[in-house]
Design a protein. Structure first.
Ligand SMILES: Cc1ncc(C[n+]2csc(CCOP(=O)(O)OP(=O)(O)O)c2C)c(N)n1
Lengths: 319, 325
């Protein structure tokens, strides 16, 4: 296991807590009707975005999915900017035109969440190609769910990445569900990582444990940076909440959800930090309070940010 | 008569046709035990089993291609593409294969495929979940395209579509799914290619599709108060479309407005305008007006500004009445 400093571990813990609490707040403001449209939360899966994105520089690229809040926050988007976009405000990084499902911020290498399942995977290849072409040492991480690996784009993109030896890390967050359909109904394998073998792409399946993800991601990112080509990391996690906020999950066995919630990646990480005396009650409380304040401030920022003028609709259609 | 919701009309049509014809199968994502993302197949799995209600992986190109092969070999697949935006992911299957196979192979078999798909805005779902792309399909020879606007029509047209030996794209509008309306208890079908005069009038013909039919009816109430009587025609089918009904109406009112939710540029309104201008220009007393969405993607935060509504129809009607030749 990689040796991490106390400070770093506290930072990772804080980042995971930020994602969790931010999404809990989002569920609240969404229920209030303050955010229109759809939102998809990644609660229970926070270890992956933090463990993976902590390997990246600001200049590295990241493409993700509809369930993308965690990735964007882990890649460094500021909570107030994040919230402003989700509230559809004009000062959001996408002028509020993208919202949750399409959140992007090119200044941070965030290529954009995607409303089309599998849509982001070839785009991520394009970013990897651009950095290879420009001979930079940037890498690209591409997040997607197991459901997306049933799309042709996944297979085409993996083959292209392999043939071109692109500096890309495909990260499949296998949370067991694609909308209202369990994995066993839509594929006959359990480990999605097996799919990489047919493209001669090295792959690994890990559990929803921060350190396992961290170590595997570190090795794959290093490989990509050294010009050794693509890899695929599969994290077997679990979705706690509905496909979108408001989905009551009537199709799911309550026991399965309870089991998922018991193997909480954040609680396990926290337990480890307590055991190692890296974290204590006092520090923990301070982290929680600070994050709460940060989130409240972000929500307040979004609420008081300007809504778009009707005249903005036709602006910037063409470059 | 009984009152049902639009989405139940969809389900009833599928149910009745599957009961009648064993060759009919239903294919789509989350259509099995979840009953579909919009509830169109609730309970169908229990009745027809997983041999006929096929819940697939997220593989639109695979689904549509499979439907093509199955239809060529004697089945009558109904495909659900969850959002119309995702039709773009399987365009090869629809445009290059399904639309052409029968004709191209010398008409030795038929391609009885229905693709049902909900389009349109109203959910603030952003640029990739709100589009109206029907004109794309109306541009492809070999595809029929229908756009039912009521529970009655969706059931009747879907039944006709399932019985049709040609591929038919059935475009629903998400904002109509919850709409209630009356339908007969007895079996009925609605013929593809026939428009429906929703309200007769003498001053201006308004040809509308899908959600814009309801907006046009709202507009007609406002306009009536100003003494303007519009004739609202629900086109129902956009390929083929009912030229006769439109021409007869224009022959009476001498004014034409066409209203759809899709982007105005190259929308179906452009085709109707062109045909009217080509063939019965002399009947018109004023330029044709079109109502459609502006030429931009549907932004997450400005959907309400973006979507055309009854106000746009009122303005278009007023304009065509003022701009006499
Ligand atoms: C091309 C396309 N097909 C279907 C959908 C509808 N849809 C949205 S999310 C989703 C499930 C995705 O599952 P997965 O990739 O495992 O990601 P998760 O939601 O579990 O994070 C589906 C079917 C879509 N958005 N795009």
């Amino acid at each position: 296991m990689t040796k991490l400093s106390k400070k770093t571990m506290i930072l990772f813990y804080t980042q995971m807590i930020r994602i969790r609490k931010m999404e809990e707040k989002l569920m609240e403001v969404f229920a209030n009707g303050e955010i229109p449209g759809f939102i998809h939360v990644c609660i229970g899966q926070e270890a992956t975005p933090v463990a993976v994105c902590s390997q990246l520089n600001d200049s590295d690229y990241m493409a993700n999915t509809h369930r993308g809040h965690g990735h964007a926050l882990a890649k460094g988007i500021k909570p107030d900017m994040f919230m402003a976009e989700l509230f559809g405000r004009s000062n959001g990084p996408c002028r509020g035109r993208a919202g949750s499902m399409h959140l992007a911020d090119m200044n941070l290498g965030i290529l954009g969440a995607n409303g089309i399942v599998g849509g982001g995977i070839p785009i991520a290849n394009g970013a990897a190609f651009a950095s290879m072409y420009k001979k930079t040492d940037q890498v690209t991480v591409c997040f997607f769910g197991e459901g997306a690996t049933d799309e042709g784009t996944f297979h085409e993109a993996l083959n292209i990445a392999s043939v071109m030896k692109l500096p890309i890390i495909f990260v499949c967050e296998n949370n067991g569900w694609a909308e209202f359909t369990p994995q066993s109904v839509h594929m006959t394998i359990k480990d999605v990582s097996k799919r990489a073998a047919s493209y001669k792409i090295p792959a690994k399946t890990v559990s929803n444990d921060f350190f396992e993800i961290y170590d595997a991601a570190a090795a794959f990112v290093k490989r990509a940076r050294q010009g050794k080509g693509p890899s695929l990391l599969e994290v077997q996690s679990s979705r706690w909440h509905g496909h979108f906020v408001g989905d009551a999950q009537k199709y799911r066995d309550k026991k399965e959800i309870d089991t998922a919630m018991k193997s909480d990646c954040i609680a396990n990480f926290k337990k480890y930090l307590f055991e190692k005396k890296i974290l204590n009650k006092k520090i923990n409380q301070k982290i929680l309070t600070d994050i709460d304040q940060e989130i409240d401030a972000a929500v307040e920022f979004a609420r008081t940010s300007p809504l778009p003028e009707a005249s903005e609709l036709m602006e910037e259609l063409w470059a | 008569m009984k009152e049902i919701r639009y989405i139940w009309g969809v389900k009833e049509a599928i149910y009745e046709e599957m009961e009648k014809d064993e060759q009919v199968v239903f294919i789509g994502e989350d259509v099995g035990s979840p009953g579909g993302s919009f509830g169109a197949s609730k309970g169908l799995l229990e009745t027809f089993g997983s041999e006929r209600i096929i819940d697939t992986p997220i593989s639109e190109a695979g689904i549509v291609g499979m439907a093509a092969g199955a239809a060529a070999c004697g089945l009558r697949p109904i495909v659900e593409i969850m959002f119309m935006d995702f039709m773009t992911v399987c365009m090869d299957g629809i445009v290059n294969q399904i639309a052409k196979m029968r004709y191209m192979f010398g008409s030795r078999y038929s391609m009885p495929i229905v693709i049902r798909t909900p389009g349109g805005g109203g959910l603030n779902a952003g640029p990739q979940h709100s589009q109206c792309l029907e004109a794309w399909f109306a541009h492809v020879p070999g595809l029929k395209v229908v756009m039912p606007s009521t529970p009655y029509d969706v059931k009747g047209l879907l039944k006709s579509a399932i019985r049709d030996d040609n591929p038919v794209i059935v475009v629903e509008n998400k904002s109509l799914h919850a709409l209630k309306g009356e339908i007969p208890n007895d079996e009925y079908v609605v013929e593809i290619g026939k428009a429906d005069i929703k309200k007769s009038g003498t001053d201006v013909t308004v040809v509308a599709t899908s959600r814009m039919v309801h907006e046009s009816l709202k507009a007609s109430e406002k306009l009536s108060k100003q003494g303007i009587e519009i004739e609202v025609i629900d086109l129902r089918s956009i390929s083929p479309w009912d030229k006769e009904t439109v021409f007869n109406s224009v022959g009476k009112t001498h004014h034409l407005v066409i209203a759809h939710e899709a982007v105005k540029q190259c929308g179906i309104g452009a085709e109707i305008s062109a045909v009217v201008a080509e063939e019965i220009m002399d009947e018109l007393d004023a330029p044709i007006e079109r109502v459609g969405a502006p030429f931009v993607p549907v932004p997450f935060n400005l959907e309400q500004v973006y979507l055309p509504d009854s106000e746009n129809v009122v303005t278009a009607v007023e304009k065509t009445m003022e701009r006499l030749f």
